[in-house]
Design a protein around this ligand. Structure first.
Ligand code: BES
Ligand code: MN
Ligand code: MN
Length: 454
């Protein structure tokens, strides 16, 4: 029976690629207010594609971008699987660094290039295609499915949490499945059992009510950029420790067992550095690069601006300075609580010569799953079948806000089955997705439904 599904998928490869191309042509940048209309059209495309696959679909408007759902409940007695993905993408900038335009998908060297190719349109589509293969060849699925595809992941999923809270009973499920992470390497597929959380905020300092001549006023009036850099500089010591009060209090420390598992994964630090064009790695003293990336919290300034940034010099005391900040969090750290701590700490060290404003953008908790249960074993089997290699269990450093929400609202764990690669340039220019992984991911997904059935 499974061979019929496999042939169906193989026969449809060209059509599947066309579907993906069509999906990638939508400029669905959730952060960009000019994309409101396109976001609706993209949601419409997702709805139509889910319906064509044989699911009962609905578009749910939110205060932000719409959520699309698709359901099939014909497998009495079998588990119900919540499948999540996101149709929104990151802004494509800087445009000049793209070889082909970000919203005109192009295949080169067995890879499809476009914004969203791997994050998350290509990965998400694998599950739609696999469900379609089952329904069109056998008329049924081995499990019940609820697809929830949102358009606000890249801006923090704030409206999705509200939506899911309302659906607590209706969407009761046994396990969630998300393909929005990465394989460990091109040769080594992975199941991700831990992700970092995040807090994202913005701080603005205002000094004088206008830019001032730095000769006439300099030395006597506060310079908000000087002050902001000093304040933010004080939040990290020379050993890479974050100095926000209580920052490490709740951190889930790595067990010796886990440290050993990390160390057993193939990792070439010289190649890692070479690939990034850096001469040395840097981070919290006493931790390896892998430990720092997957299991330690961070403090990062994502952007800092104010004053003059045009050509040549300009002698001013700027009126304002702003910094965009994110902290990656690890399991057991609380995003809302640490955001409040960060805010009050900054207020406490902010001098009277400037005023401070603080904007809380979004936050989510890190997650960590025990991989010994039957669902993780089922996923491992499915991946082995499609990739010819047993997956490794890894953690990753990125964040997917809804995963903690699934645990909180439905009490379920999430199978994070990544078909992407760290080299896919997600969030960067020339984002791409290896077509081989698109097809193998689809096959693994098709197999997973069978493996998850009793
Ligand atoms: N798919 C990524 C998260 C990811 C990437 C996890 C690679 C593991 C490996 C997701 O779309 C993403 O970019 N998330 C944001 C979080 C968000 C709240 C803005 C992130 O991690 O920056
Ligand atoms: Mn993603
Ligand atoms: Mn992303």
């Amino acid at each position: 029976m499974f061979s019929t599904i496999k042939s169906f998928l193989e026969d449809r490869r060209d059509q599947s690629l066309e579907d993906l191309k069509q999906f990638l042509r939508f400029e669905s940048v959730s952060a960009d207010s000019n994309c409101l209309e396109v976001m609706k059209q993209t949601a419409g495309f997702v709805r139509d594609r889910l319906a064509a696959a044989g699911l009962k679909t609905e578009i749910h408007p939110t205060a932000g971008h719409p959520i699309v759902t698709g359901e099939w409940h014909g497998a009495a007695g079998a588990p119900t699987v919540l499948v999540y993905g996101h149709y929104d993408v990151q802004p494509p900038d800087p445009l000049e660094l793209w070889t082909s335009p970000p919203f005109e998908p192009e295949v080169r060297d067995g890879k499809i290039y476009a914004r969203g190719a791997t994050d998350d349109k290509g990965q998400m589509l694998t599950h739609v295609l696999s469900v379609e293969a089952w329904l069109k060849t056998t008329g049924k699925l081995p499990v019940n499915v609820i697809f929830v595809i949102e358009g606000e992941e890249e801006v923090g999923s704030n409206n999705l949490d509200l939506f899911l809270a309302e659906k607590k009973e209706e969407y009761a499920c046994d396990i969630a499945v998300v393909s929005d992470t990465s394989m460990y390497s091109p040769e080594l597929p992975a199941i991700t059992y831990g992700l970092r959380g995040i807090l994202a905020c913005e701080v603005t300092l205002t000094g004088p009510n206008r830019d001032l001549h730095s000769g006439v006023f300099g030395g006597a009036v506060a310079n908000p950029i000087n002050i902001l850099t000093k304040m933010l500089g004080s939040l990290q010591d020379d050993n890479g420790k974050v100095l926000i009060p209580g920052f490490y209090d709740d951190v889930l420390e790595l067990s010796d067992e886990e440290k050993k598992q990390f160390a057993q994964l193939p990792f070439d630090e010289a190649e890692f550095m070479n690939n990034l064009g850096i001469n040395a790695v840097q981070g919290e003293a006493g931790y390896s690069t892998t430990q720092r990336r997957w299991a330690r919290p961070t403090f990062d300034i994502n952007g800092i601006f104010g004053g003059y940034s045009g050509e040549g010099p300009k002698t001013i005391i700027p009126s304002t300075a702003t910094a965009k900040i994110t902290c990656r969090l690890v399991p057991n750290q609380n995003a809302a609580q640490l955001t409040a701590t960060l805010k009050s700490h900054l207020e406490s060290i902010c001098p009277a010569s400037v005023t401070m404003e603080f904007a809380d953008f979004h936050g989510c908790e890190g997650i960590f799953f025990n991989t010994s249960g039957p669902y993780f074993q089922a996923a491992s089997q499915a991946i082995h079948h499609a990739f010819g290699t047993e997956p490794v269990f890894i953690r990753e450093g990125g964040s997917i806000p809804v995963v903690a929400t699934f645990q909180e609202i439905f009490g379920v764990e999430t199978l994070l089955l990544g078909w992407g690669l760290n080299s896919d340039n997600l969030h960067g220019p020339n984002e791409h997705f290896l077509l081989e992984n698109f097809y193998r991911g689809t096959l693994a997904s098709a197999k997973l439904w069978e493996e998850l059935a009793p």
